[in-house]
Design a protein around this ligand. Structure first.
Ligand code: ROI
Length: 173
């Protein structure tokens, strides 16, 4: 939507789902994020299938990354993303790292480094997560991840391990 404030920053959001039509969940989340006030989509990656990180007795995930321009402060953006997760049937705290209908992670917020009880940015696991790094690198060509270094180096050092880009038929839902 419009109404971006003068202090707009670029933020990156990781999207993941492995329950109840994951491709549809991701697409619906994209629409919901675009409908937020003060948030405008800049880029959206391909959809990827990825084997689960964490407990293996759950379905494969569909993952993607979205770049947005936003005038929302980081916690406001986080809360808006959490509200969208709830609208998509997300149930928190069932099992750590268990299956979920929708996971929206605030990966990066400009070049900010944030460590608050509610929010850690950049996301702590970013360097080990192929399902974040590869789609992220589709959204931005030249990025330094604060505290981690150049995205291109992170990608080079992160094995693809279980990550596969969905083809156009798989990406349609
Ligand atoms: N594993 C994959 N492949 N993709 C995810 O989005 C994902 N999200 C999670 C955990 C449970 C850590 N595993 C994941 O939160």
């Amino acid at each position: 939507m419009n109404n971006l404030s003068a202090h707009a920053v670029t933020a990156y959001i990781g999207l993941g789902s492995n329950l109840e039509s994951p491709v549809a969940q991701i697409k619906s989340a994209r629409l919901a994020i675009n409908a937020l006030d003060n948030v405008k989509e800049l880029a959206f990656s391909s959809l990827y299938a990825s084997t689960p990180m964490g407990p293996q007795d759950q379905p494969d995930y569909v993952n993607a990354v979205m770049a947005v321009e936003t005038g929302l402060p980081p916690l406001d953006l986080l809360h808006a993303l959490q509200a969208i997760e709830l609208e998509h049937g997300r149930v928190r705290g069932v099992q750590r790292w268990g299956a979920r209908t929708l996971d929206l992670d605030l990966l990066l917020y400009g070049d900010h480094q944030i460590e608050s009880p509610e929010l850690i940015v950049p996301h702590k696991g970013i360097a080990e997560r192929a399902f974040v790094l590869y789609p992220l690198s589709e959204c931005v060509s030249d990025l330094v991840v604060p505290g981690f270094g150049r995205l291109s180096d992170l990608v080079t050092n992160c094995p693809l391990a279980g990550l596969r880009r969905l083809n156009e038929y798989e990406s349609a839902s």
